[in-house]
Design a protein. Structure first.
Lengths: 127, 180
């Protein structure tokens, strides 16, 4: 069993991953200069998790902004989840975007078009 | 140096913030915080605020990663500093960056930007998706997506210029216009 808890910072999102419960949450801003380094622990943990995943795996992604360097890393994370899904496990992706944020909705749709996973597009109201 | 003349120029161009020097991670954090609070004070629409912010992130991180380029080390003094300016005229924002670039890198960069500028907004979106999924990623995480993302978000061409400086270097300026 693995648990990852990363607090958010001005440039990085909070990450909570609990392999026992099959829950992953990524929330906040993702604009680090070195995104590969930041996402590495999560990607590696998902690789191990893919060996014996919980079903269903629930993923909540609620990003305010992300830079292009992060966009490739987020795709890496989604591809690991796609592998888990391909092995016959249920993977639920909830993609949150603020109500007027078409760019973030589109970003979710772009990912959905690339990976073979169903996204639940969840609109959240502005504060 | 005539500071009043300098002031006038910045004033006429409605410069909100400008910087010349080494681009560090700490500096990027500060610039982003300043701009964010300025836009907050100006009560910009959340949508425009987001657009300006993320375009700024891409442009500044381009400069930052460029500073890391090992090919520049031998010419550290000239090559490691950049200039950055953000201004607001009427309802649109202008972000201008300038940095030295090795002459041998100019043709490829120019070609990339020309390719992006020749695309329709729909094609830019497709180009972004393709590049995102092409599996290439530099160690820093950038995958040639930054410029495409800027064009995609602004819906405008990348206005650029290269001024030859000497046998080794040109000065590269990029002007990005962001509208609501």
């Amino acid at each position: 069993m693995e648990v990852i808890t990363i607090e958010s910072s001005p440039k990085t999102p909070s990450i909570k991953f609990d392999s026992k419960q099959g829950k992953l949450e990524i929330k906040g801003r993702s604009i680090p200069e070195n995104s590969v380094e930041f996402y590495k622990p999560l990607v590696e943990s998902l690789e191990r998790y893919a060996g014996a995943p919980t079903s269903p795996t629930q993923v909540d992604i609620q990003l305010e902004y992300f830079n292009t360097a992060s966009s490739k890393c987020i795709l890496d994370v989604l591809k690991k989840l796609e592998t888990i899904h391909r092995q016959g496990n249920q993977v639920i992706i909830n993609w949150y975007y603020e109500e007027d944020d078409e760019d973030m909705r589109e970003a979710g749709e772009d990912y959905q078009a690339i990976v073979n996973l169903t996204f639940n597009m969840q609109q959240v109201e502005l504060d | 140096m005539d500071i009043h003349d300098f002031y006038d120029k910045m004033d006429r161009n409605n410069i909100l913030l400008s910087f010349k020097g080494d681009i560090t991670a700490e500096l990027l954090t500060s610039i982003l915080q300043i701009i964010e609070s300025k836009m907050d004070n100006m009560q910009e629409e959340p949508k425009l605020r987001k657009k300006v912010y993320i375009v700024l992130v891409e442009l500044l991180q381009n400069l930052y990663h460029h500073m890391d380029d090992p090919s520049l080390e031998a010419n550290a003094e000239m090559a490691r500093t950049a200039i950055f300016m953000i201004g607001k005229e009427n309802s649109h924002y202008n972000v201008i960056t300038g940095n030295y670039i090795k002459n041998d890198r100019v043709p490829l960069l120019k070609k990339k930007m020309d390719e992006i500028n020749a695309l329709s907004p729909e094609e830019v979106k497709e180009h972004y998706k393709r590049t995102l999924n092409n599996g290439q990623m530099s160690e820093k995480g950038g995958g040639g997506l930054g410029m495409i993302d800027i064009a995609r978000r602004t819906g405008k061409p990348l206005f650029y210029d290269f001024v030859p400086i000497n046998d080794n270097f040109s000065f590269f300026t990029l002007n990005v216009v962001i509208e609501q």
